[in-house]
Design a binder for this molecule. Structure first.
Ligand code: AMP
Ligand code: MN
Ligand code: MN
Ligand code: MN
Length: 277
């Protein structure tokens, strides 16, 4: 079994359609794939799922924690769940409102056309990545990194802060849809070890189930720290590439270190709500 439980399609800020992700997963010997678009539920009826691949329904929710933004992946969710669909609709509205506010800021800098650009794309969830792509396409930035730095990060000239609901609300929405709530890429929030411990504690006290201990660009020291932190709290361990695109500097599907023997007992597929062979 090789599971990649975190990646993005063009329905949020990934570059490729789900079919591309599924085919690439098979080519890279992945047996279980979760497409976890930002604040976005996918209806996979009608998809051609390649033989040998199991799709795990998922999404990635942006949430607040002590004034910061964190991401929570939901796995094995019932994509028909009314409370989760309502939650995601509210997130998508927040995202649209935020992009409209960014568009206003850009117009003030004589940059127009963002909303038309977004409307021409297949995306359902509007993200800052789309704004960065637009700025690069219109030659206002050389590349995505520069677009983020100059315009889209806090302090950037088009930055608008997001007002996401708190972490416990995201966890509850995932669990109401029978899903497993996973703290995404804990090492990417720039936290000290003690603050990371506090995040994991709060996540667990809010009923969270698991945390990612392996993902693209993680090093062995970080992975072993995260594995220990997860085990100390009785959380389950998950892993995923966070793949967005084959052309950019993103980790490929399935190309991240395995959970390792230390994490096999509490691997996410041992979770009582995991029901994928
Ligand atoms: P949003 O959720 O709308 O704030 O958009 C955040 C998305 O932008 C993330 O999911 C990343 O895919 C992408 N992102 C964030 N920071 C950068 C960066 N410095 N360079 C490129 N992409 C980034
Ligand atoms: Mn993204
Ligand atoms: Mn994320
Ligand atoms: Mn992601």
């Amino acid at each position: 079994m090789k599971a990649d439980l975190h990646c993005h399609s063009h329905f949020s800020d990934g570059q490729h359609p789900p079919q591309f992700l599924m085919d690439r997963a098979v080519a890279n010997h992945v047996t279980h794939l979760a497409i976890t678009d930002h604040d976005c539920l996918l209806n996979c009826s009608g998809w051609k799922i390649p033989p040998g691949l199991t799709l795990v329904p998922g999404l990635e929710i942006s949430a607040g924690w002590r004034g910061m933004e964190i991401h929570i992946v939901g796995l094995g969710i019932d994509a028909e769940s009314t409370p989760l669909n309502d939650y995601v609709s509210r997130q998508q509205q927040l995202r649209r409102d935020r992009i409209v506010a960014m568009d206003k800021k850009l117009s003030g800098q004589n940059i127009s056309g963002l909303l038309e650009y977004l409307q021409s794309k297949p995306c359902i969830s509007w993200t800052r990545s789309h704004v960065a792509e637009f700025l690069v396409a219109e030659a206002h930035a050389k590349d995505m990194q520069r677009a983020f730095k100059r315009f889209l990060r806090p302090g950037g000239s088009a930055f608008v802060a997001a007002q996401w609901p708190e972490m416990d609300e995201a966890i509850a929405a995932i669990q109401q849809a029978s899903g497993i709530a996973v703290l995404a890429h804990p090492g990417r929030y720039g936290l000290t070890r003690s603050k990371l411990g506090r995040l994991m504690d709060d996540f667990q006290h809010s009923g969270g189930d698991a945390a990612e201990v392996s993902y693209g660009s993680i090093n062995p020291v970080q992975q072993s720290t995260l594995t220990t932190m997860v085990q100390e709290r009785g959380l389950y361990a998950s892993a995923g590439s966070d793949f967005h695109s084959a052309d950019r500097q993103w980790t490929d599907i399935g190309r991240f270190p395995g959970l390792g023997s230390a994490a096999t007992k509490n691997a996410i597929w041992a979770h009582p709500r995991w029901h994928f062979d």
